[in-house]
Write a protein that binds this ligand. Structure first.
Ligand code: HEC
Length: 352
């Protein structure tokens, strides 16, 4: 399909994907990375980190950042928001807005890029990479310092001006692509590479150029977000153009639950696709809470096995939602916080 699209040459007629934007609070500039843990969004910027919860800024921490990732918690409970400081050290950012220096837990110094998937975390170092599948054991490999890294399952991608190498976690080099990468990502186990003027996705062992003008990529679950003259979403082999108009000079960042963030001089917008836009009241009241609190379990194919990602599913399951979220308060389950303000917002939509 990708190759076929490319072959037809003339501007492709892509299906359009309805998108909705929700503005994050706080006037945050120069965004470096965005982490998400439970109901919290942690924005790392050049000069501070901001924890956003329940639609408000819960904490702001003065510190400089160069990278960040949401990693599997080293104590085995859920996820941690981790930032790489401009001092090259690794910090966990707690939801209360405290910094915990975890550099020595990984024994890495001079980190300049980080990527995580499942329980695996990969660091780009001045003289190569370090990767850990469990926060305890570590693979080290010396190589030309990659400027960008990505991880998926047992594959690691290392990219830079000289090309992209894909390794397996045992340290064996599997593939080299001679293409100057500005970003790498994996989507559905396939490699995606952005260069200064195009985006490529691996297809049967070769990189196929997407037939659009784009230079930024970010993987969210099974979706690859692509930013260029428009914001695109690639799922499987289906490429769609979103209805969002990206702000000038926007930077694209992914959210683990399938959304994207567009950060620009005017602020940060969370972009959600599809059915969620069909019902404006649901979109305004429920979608932001769903995205922050429920999505990582209740997306299609999610852990709960119950899709609550659309207004239609909320209408169909209304009685059970009222019972579980408002009456018995057994959802979200213990371990996931739902603020009173968020619970009230859901209640207003569920019982108008
Ligand atoms: C950590 C994962 C997780 C999160 C977060 C979570 N849920 Fe659930 N949810 C589950 C699981 C697992 C089930 C199925 C087992 C059960 O019913 O307890 C479930 C079941 C439900 C049900 C029952 C559906 C039915 O038809 O039986 C509702 C309603 C529900 N969740 C709503 C929510 C809402 C609303 C949120 C966010 C405010 C949320 N959940 C967040 C895991 C989660």
């Amino acid at each position: 399909m990708l190759a076929a699209l490319e072959a037809c040459g003339a501007g492709p007629h892509l299906p359009s994907a309805p998108a909705a934007a929700t503005r994050l609070p706080g006037d945050i500039r120069d965004v470096v990375a965005i982490d998400e843990v439970g109901d919290a969004t942690i924005v790392l910027a050049r000069e501070r980190a901001v924890v956003v919860r329940g639609g408000a800024v819960a904490a702001s921490i003065a510190h400089g950042w160069r990278a960040g990732a949401t990693i599997a918690a080293l104590d085995g409970e859920g996820a941690w928001a981790v930032g790489v400081g401009d001092d090259g050290r690794l910090y966990r950012i707690t939801l209360a807005g405290e910094l915990e220096d975890i550099t020595d837990r990984f024994g890495v110094a001079g980190v300049h890029a980080i990527a995580a998937a499942g329980t695996t975390t990969v660091f780009a170092l001045p003289d190569g990479i370090a990767a850990s599948t469990d926060g305890v054991h570590e693979l080290r490999a010396q190589t030309t310092a990659p400027s960008v890294v990505a991880v998926s399952g047992s594959q690691i991608a290392l990219g830079g001006p000289r090309g992209v190498e894909v390794w397996d976690l045992a340290g064996h080099q599997a593939h080299t692509y001679p293409i100057a990468a500005t970003a790498v990502a994996f989507v559905g186990g396939r490699l995606a590479v952005a260069t200064r003027d195009a985006v490529f996705v691996e297809h049967d062992g070769t990189l196929a150029r997407l037939p659009i003008t784009a230079t930024q990529i970010a993987a969210s679950n099974a979706r690859l977000w692509i930013l260029g003259d428009a914001l695109y979403a690639l799922e499987g082999t289906t490429l769609r153009r979103s209805t969002t108009t990206p702000p000038h000079g926007a930077r694209l960042l992914a959210s683990p639950n399938g959304d994207a963030f567009l950060a620009s001089g005017t602020g940060i917008d969370r972009i959600s696709l599809d059915a969620r836009v069909s019902d404006p009241a649901w979109q305004a009241a429920v979608a932001p809470v769903f995205a922050r609190v429920c999505a990582h379990c209740h997306l299609p194919g999610g852990d709960a096995g119950i899709d609550l990602s659309t207004a239609a599913s909320w209408r169909a399951d209304r009685d059970e939602l009222v019972r579980r979220v408002i009456v018995t308060r057994t959802m979200p389950p213990a371990g996931t916080d739902l603020s009173q303000a968020d619970r009230d917002a859901l209640a207003r939509w569920l019982k108008p």
